[in-house]
Design a protein around this ligand. Structure first.
Ligand code: NAD
Ligand code: TDX
Length: 333
C-alpha cells in the first residue's frame, strides 16, 4: 500500500510512521509535514531512509493534489493540537484544522483515494463525574478553539463521505502519552521539569480527569480501522485509563523519589474541560482491538525512561516552551 501520512513529524504521526516502517515492509510511506514548532524531523531520523519526506503545508491545494494522486490511502494526523495555544491565538487552528482538512478532502475526492481522519474525544466536550463515557453517538459539544476546529474538520469529513462518496473513516481518541511528545503537553512537561529539579505545575486544583492511552495502542487501532473499518463510520479509541491530573503528578513524583506534595498549583486553563472518558466497545467488538499497555503506571515509567535517555531530542524546545507559559500569564497560585 502507498500511504500519505500528514503530520508525520509530530508526536502521534512520528510514532505511527516508525511503527509502520518496522512492522509493514509492504507499505510505502510519504510524510507531508509543515515542520511547525511542533514538528521535529529528528523524530524520524532512524527511519529516514525508508520514507519520503515532503516539507509542506496541508492547506497547499496544488501540492496536496499532486501527492494524493500518487497514493492508495491518506492518514491525516496534521493539526494544531495544543489547547493552551488555541486560547492564546486561535487563527492557526482554523487555517490548519479546517482549511487543511478541506484541502485533503478535495484531493481524495478527485482521486478517489481512501482517507482516514484522526480526531479527538474533545469534540464531545466534557463529562461530569457521574455521566457515562462518550460513545460514537454522543452529541458534539466542543469547548475550546482547538476542539471546535477539530469538530468542524470531523463534520467536513462526514459531509464529504455522504455527499461525494469519499471512502472515509474517522477515529476520536483520548489523551495519548509516550515517546516523542512535545514538552508543552502535560506529561512530558512535568517529566522534563522533574529531570531539571523543577516542581510539576498543576492547573487549578488538579481534579480534571483524562483517559490516558499509550500512543502505540492508538496507532494500532488506526491501522485496524484503515484496513477493516466500515466506510463512513466513526470509531472511538480509548484504553480505560481514567485518572485525575493530581494523581498523575503524584505517580511522577513517586517515580522521581520526591515528596507527594512537591508540586505547584498554577493558573487554571480558561474553559478547562472537567473529564473525558471513552467507551471503545465498538472498536473492541467489531475490530477485535485491545490495548497492549493496559497498566498506565508501567507505560508511564517507560515514558519517563525515554525522556531520560533522549534529552537531546527535547532539550532544544524546553526553555522556549516554558517562556511561552510565562508569557501567557501562568502564575503560581
Ligand atoms: P503534534 O502537535 O505533536 O503534531 C502535529 C504535526 O502536524 C506536527 O509535526 C506539525 O508540524 C504538523 N503540522 C501542523 N500544521 C501543519 C500544516 N498546516 N501542514 C502540514 N503539517 C502540519 O500533534 P499530535 O499530538 O501528534 O496529534 C496528532 C493528531 O492526533 C491531531 O490531529 C490531534 O488532534 C489528534 N489527537 C491527539 C491526541 C493527543 O493526545 N495528542 C489525542 C487524540 C487525537
Ligand atoms: O502544565 C500543565 N498542567 C496541567 O495541569 C499542562 C500543560 C496541562 N495540565 C492539565 C490540563 C489538562 O487537564 O493536564 C491535562 C492534560 O493537558 P494537555 O496535555 O494540554 O492535554 P489536553 O488539553 O487534555 O488535550 C490533549 O488530549 C486530547 C491533546 O493535547 C489534544 O491534542 C488531544 O486532542
Amino acid at each position: 500500500m502507498r500511504l500519505l501520512v500528514t503530520g508525520g513529524a509530530g508526536f502521534i504521526g512520528a510514532n505511527f510512521v516508525r511503527q509502520t516502517v518496522a512492522e509493514r515492509p509492504d507499505t510505502t510511506v510519504t510524510v507531508l509535514d509543515a515542520l511547525t514548532y511542533a514538528g521535529n524531523r529528528a523524530s524520524l531520523d532512524s527511519v529516514a531512509e525508508g520514507i519520503d519526506f515532503v516539507h509542506g503545508d496541508i492547506a497547499d491545494l496544488d501540492l496536496v493534489d499532486e501527492l494524493v494522486s500518487g497514493v492508495d490511502a491518506v492518514v491525516h494526523f496534521a493539526a494544531e493540537s495544543h489547547n493552551d495555544n488555541s486560547l492564546a491565538d486561535p487563527w492557526p487552528f482554523l487555517q490548519t484544522n479546517i482549511i487543511g482538512t478541506y484541502s485533503l478532502l478535495q484531493a481524495v475526492r478527485r482521486h478517489e483515494v481512501r482517507y482516514h481522519h484522526v480526531s479527538t474525544d474533545e469534540v464531545y466536550g466534557d463529562l461530569t463525574p457521574e455521566e457515562p463515557a462518550f460513545t460514537e453517538s454522543t452529541a458534539y459539544n466542543p469547548s475550546s478553539p482547538y476542539s471546535a476546529t477539530k469538530a468542524g474538520s470531523d463534520m467536513l469529513v462526514r459531509a464529504w463521505a455522504r455527499s461525494f462518496g469519499v471512502r472515509a473513516t474517522l477515529s476520536n481518541c483520548s489523551n495519548n502519552y509516550g515517546p516523542y511528545q512535545h514538552v508543552e503537553k502535560f506529561i512530558p512537561r512535568q517529566i522534563t521539569n522533574l529531570i531539571d529539579g523543577v516542581r510539576p505545575r498543576l492547573y487549578g486544583a488538579g481534579h480534571q480527569v483524562r483517559d490516558w492511552i499509550h500512543v502505540a495502542d492508538h496507532n494500532r487501532a488506526v491501522w485496524d480501522i484503515l484496513e477493516r473499518g466500515r466506510l463512513g463510520r466513526t470509531y472511538l479509541i480509548g484504553a480505560n485509563g481514567e485518572l485525575d491530573n493530581k494523581s498523575v503528578v503524584r505517580l511522577l513524583l513517586a517515580a522521581f523519589d520526591r515528596d507527594p506534595d512537591d508540586f505547584d498549583h498554577v493558573t487554571d486553563r480558561r474553559g478547562h474541560d472537567q473529564r473525558y472518558a471513552i467507551d471503545a466497545s465498538l472498536l473492541r467488538e467489531e475490530l477485535g482491538w485491545t490495548p497492549r499497555y493496559s497498566d498506565f503506571r508501567t507505560g508511564l515509567l517507560a515514558t519517563i525512561q525515554w525522556y531520560r535517555d533522549n534529552e537531546s531530542w527535547w532539550r532544544p524546545r524546553k526553555a522556549e516552551t516554558e517562556r511561552a507559559y510565562v508569557a501567557s500569564g501562568e502564575q503560581t497560585l
